[in-house]
Design a protein around this ligand. Structure first.
Ligand SMILES: CC(C)(COP(=O)(O)OP(=O)(O)OC[C@H]1O[C@@H](n2cnc3c(N)ncnc32)[C@H](O)[C@@H]1OP(=O)(O)O)[C@@H](O)C(=O)NCCC(=O)NCCS
Length: 332
């Protein structure tokens, strides 16, 4: 019997309508378009303006986009994973609500959080369920309403993040397409440099903390930047080496969209030309768990069956890694 691998067979996405441009940010904090563009590559990001709508709203829309494009019966979905750092609430999971709302009534579901690496780690988890032979398909959604934890008075963070969601369907494959190899790592000593602290079980959110804006995400940009450049590039290089891939045999790099300079450094490390580097940070900023599926959604029409795609990410925790995947279909 041929080995079962886990292949991506459909993609969907959703971003909210409201566009927060660098020019608008110039009126909110002491910054300017030139600084943001040259330091990050970001020109605009999407924001879900409605306070009554959370990450599940984005996740549901992305999943419905996939379901409609694929013509999938949601009752056939066996597992729904929502990768997110901004769940609707601490309990119950965003995934359970999302699964019910999209009609995936025969599925079980759960959330996964590894900050900006949530979707990358989610790919590993989704693939593992399928490779085990116990499940035929898994819907993996990466969704974040980052605006819910961003202080729009803090120029160090508010210029970077945006809201969005993307979804992929993993299905069992017997042609050896799909996920081939992964290199994933965590280092908890990095958590002090990037966190949304208060409201967690170790850090009570008091009235005083709220007054100081302690409910928002904080990052020491320079330290995160250095670690991201080193680790994301290193993981990508390792996955190439382990699989005897050369720059010519890699067709695409899909790297977490946190900063164009970090993506460029990763591409340079594996000597990949710009035309093979997926990039949409200019439109969406850093959407945390949604960057990778938003990338493959934007590039879906250019991807061909058999293409070698390297996924890479780095994020809070710290968590990082790279995945080598063989693309499984030509888009219609
Ligand atoms: C945040 C980030 C863009 C800042 O870029 P940087 O080149 O590291 O800039 P620094 O933080 O060193 O700041 C340089 C100067 O610009 C200033 N500055 C910071 N934010 C600014 C902004 N939005 N507009 C204008 N100036 C700004 C700083 O105050 C500093 O001024 P100083 O030299 O007078 O002290 C960059 O560090 C980064 O991308 N870090 C990683 C972020 C990330 O990936 N986060 C998510 C993890 S997945």
């Amino acid at each position: 019997m041929s080995k079962i691998s886990a292949a991506i067979t459909a993609v969907g996405a959703y971003v909210p309508e409201y566009v927060l441009t660098n020019q608008i940010l110039e009126t909110m904090v002491d910054t300017n378009d030139e600084w943001i563009t040259s330091r990050t590559g970001i020109k605009e990001r999407r924001i879900l303006k409605d306070d009554g709508k959370g990450t599940s709203y984005l996740a549901i829309k992305a999943a419905q986009d996939l379901i409609n494009k694929k013509g999938l019966d949601p009752k056939e979905i066996e597992l729904v994973i929502v990768a997110t750092a901004t769940p609707d609430m601490k309990a119950a999971s965003t995934a359970s609500y999302t699964a019910s709302e999209i009609g995936a009534t025969n599925a079980f579901s759960f959330d996964m959080d590894a900050a900006c690496s949530s979707f990358l780690f989610g790919m590993s988890v989704a693939a593992g369920y399928i490779e085990s032979g116990r499940y035929k398909n898994v819907l993996l959604i990466g969704a974040d309403k980052m605006s819910s934890i961003i202080n729009y008075k803090d120029r160090a963070t508010c210029i970077i993040f945006g809201d969005g969601a993307g979804a992929v369907l993993f299905e069992a494959n017997t042609e050896n397409l799909g996920l081939q190899d992964e290199y994933l790592r965590s280092d908890g000593t990095g958590r002090e440099f990037l966190q949304a602290t208060y409201g967690g079980s170790s850090f009570k959110l008091t009235a005083e903390i709220l007054e100081q804006g302690g409910q928002y995400a904080f990052q020491e940009g320079r330290t995160v930047f250095k670690n991201a450049v080193f680790n994301m590039a290193d993981a990508a290089a390792k996955i190439l080496e382990r699989n005897n891939l050369t720059k010519d045999s890699v067709d695409w790099l899909a790297a977490h969209q946190a900063n164009k300079r970090i993506i460029d450094a990763t591409a340079q490390r594996i000597e990949l030309e710009d035309s093979k580097v997926m990039m949409n940070i200019q439109k969406y900023g850093n959407t945390t768990s949604a960057t990778l599926p938003l990338l493959i959604n934007d590039y879906e029409s250019q991807l061909k069956k058999g293409d070698n795609v390297i996924f890479a990410a780095f994020g809070g925790g710290f968590n990082w890694g790279a995945i080598y995947l063989k693309w499984a279909y030509n888009s219609k």
